[in-house]
Design a protein around this ligand. Structure first.
Ligand code: SF4
Ligand code: SF4
Length: 198
């Protein structure tokens, strides 16, 4: 539900921004869920928002894979930001592999990044993943749930995120702690009451 809500929110912002640019007299197109003509995570990575993680999604140092993207393309002349790569996120995904270990359809690679369409990154097997969704009759998202970057926005977790961004030793220690506190194969959480059919 939250994921769908944030797709809508990203779409709302992108559509309004594209409209504002068109009102200035420049062509602009909003790329939103179900209507992308760009690979949004790659655009977001080039824009300096994060890195492509093992599960093929954009990973930001603060929210991990829990971001949903809208993109606006335009011919309006803009001053580009300088992209700063985030090696800590890449290093963490290289040693972690928790999403790959927990993926029920084995769609997430265990190996190193590869060059795909001119960008070095991980890419999941989307057919396998989507086939699994069809088999179980709903979206899955286990990869996002088990990702150590997906823990709540609390003070201890944010303190750890700061350490993860700065030290390779803390990244390795955090991974051990994650397995200890949450388990190597975290059990599925109970669905909230409001989702239960009476
Ligand atoms: S679970 Fe681990 S390997 Fe997978 S995306 Fe998250 S940090 Fe990276
Ligand atoms: S959504 Fe589920 S099946 Fe698809 S990659 Fe993630 S864990 Fe695997």
């Amino acid at each position: 539900m939250e994921s769908a809500k944030q797709y809508v929110e990203a779409g709302r912002v992108a559509v309004q921004l594209a409209d504002a640019i068109r009102r200035l007299g420049y062509p602009a197109r909003a790329h939103i869920d179900g209507n992308y003509q760009v690979i949004a995570p790659l655009v977001a990575r080039d824009a300096g928002l994060g890195e492509i993680g093992r599960m093929g999604l954009l990973m930001t140092p603060r929210q991990g894979p829990r971001v949903r993207l809208g993109v606006v393309t335009t011919s309006l002349a803009l001053i580009p930001d300088r992209r700063i790569s985030n090696e800590a996120v890449i290093d963490f995904c290289t040693i972690c592999k928790k999403c790959a270990q927990n993926c029920p359809s084995r769609s997430i690679p265990f190996g190193p990044r590869e060059e795909i369409d001119g960008a070095v990154r991980w890419r999941i097997n989307p057919e396998n993943c989507f086939h699994y969704w069809n088999v179980i009759g709903t979206d899955c998202g286990i990869c996002m749930t088990v990702c150590p970057y997906s823990h709540p926005d609390s003070r201890p977790h944010n303190f750890l995120r700061m350490g993860i961004a700065r030290s390779g030793f803390i990244r390795r220690a955090a991974l051990v702690a994650d397995d200890l506190f949450y388990g190597k194969k975290p059990p599925p959480r109970n669905a909230p009451d409001w989702t239960q059919v009476p």
